[in-house]
Write a protein that binds this ligand. Structure first.
Ligand SMILES: NC(=O)c1ccc[n+]([C@@H]2O[C@H](COP(=O)([O-])OP(=O)(O)OC[C@H]3O[C@@H](n4cnc5c(N)ncnc54)[C@H](OP(=O)(O)O)[C@@H]3O)[C@@H](O)[C@H]2O)c1
Length: 260
């Protein structure tokens, strides 16, 4: 299937590892020019080095998406390096652990900042560039927990619901400008963040035992997903074959989530 991504200009936040890096690699393999950001400079450099093996143009920048000034610079510098922007993948994120009684106001604010406000800020800054593109896309990486409340990821489950609403409202708002906005909702996908979660929640189990137990409880397909199972869908949404898709919310979750 021809996605027509050759020469398209994509910014992937949180592109240094995990799902974000897989998305940047997939877009690069399709011929796109890619920009990535994250906070850890060494990991940003290593990811950029790997991407340069495939992509013609790579821009890598250390930036914290919770810092409005850093986001302004990130988007401006990425657009300058790539010659514009066609695709924004709002992927950067992380979990703030805790149940309702242990999460402080500060935890809630920090979680909202990295999930909801990062998507708001990056999209707002990217808009002038996306309006000049003939094939503009915003793809928001979200979680199945947006529609499937789970108190063991309390802040995530509440704040991801707001992200889902943001995607749909933006899709309606920006349709007239030809900017397509979609949400990709992750269930359980193996990435570095799961090692941190295991250390906190089940230090006595091996990673395989921990992931296997969670998957058996929650995932009809019985296993965690692989990052490549997310990146393929994102590339499809970024490409020309998805030209009539906006405001959609697609789960990549092996059937996880008890809702219709
Ligand atoms: N993996 C899953 O099962 C799962 C499930 C549901 C939702 N998700 C969502 O999918 C997205 C990717 O997750 P992942 O599993 O790939 O996580 P990951 O392996 O921890 O990677 C997260 C990426 O985001 C970057 N990042 C985190 N906070 C940032 C910040 N404030 N500013 C800039 N970059 C930041 C990280 O780099 P630095 O730390 O160096 O900044 C890294 O590049 C996240 O939004 C996550 O919430 C994942």
């Amino acid at each position: 299937m021809e996605l027509n991504l050759r020469g398209r200009r994509a910014l992937v936040t949180g592109g240094s590892k995990g799902i974000g890096l897989a998305i940047a690699e997939e877009l690069a393999a399709e011929g796109a020019h890619v920009a990535i950001c994250a906070r850890n400079a060494g990991e940003v450099d290593a990811a950029a080095e790997g991407l340069r093996a495939t992509a013609e143009v790579v821009h890598a920048q250390v930036a914290d998406v919770t810092d409005p000034e850093a986001v302004r610079e990130l988007v401006a510098d990425s657009a300058r390096a790539l010659g514009g922007l066609d695709i924004l993948v709002n992927n950067a994120g992380g979990a703030h652990p805790g149940n309702f009684e242990t999460l402080t106001d500060e935890d809630w604010r920090a979680d909202l900042d990295v999930k909801l406000f990062s998507q708001i800020r990056c999209t707002r800054e990217a808009l002038p560039h996306l309006r000049r593109s003939g094939a503009a896309r915003v793809i928001n990486i979200n979680a199945v927990y947006a529609r499937y409340p789970d108190p063991s990821f309390f802040a995530t489950t509440v704040n991801r619901a707001a992200c889902l609403n943001l995607s749909k409202a933006l899709a309606i708002e920006l349709a007239g400008d030809g900017i397509l906005v979609n949400s990709v909702n992750i269930g359980f996908v193996v990435t570095p963040q799961w090692e941190n979660i295991r250390r906190r929640r089940a230090p006595d189990l091996s990673q395989d035992e921990f992931l296997g137990k969670l998957a058996a409880q929650e995932v009809p397909l019985g296993r965690f997903g692989d990052v490549r199972e997310v990146s393929g869908l994102v590339a499809f949404l970024a490409g020309d074959r998805a030209s009539y898709l906006t405001g959609t919310s697609i789960d990549v979750a092996g059937g996880m989530g008890k809702y219709v």
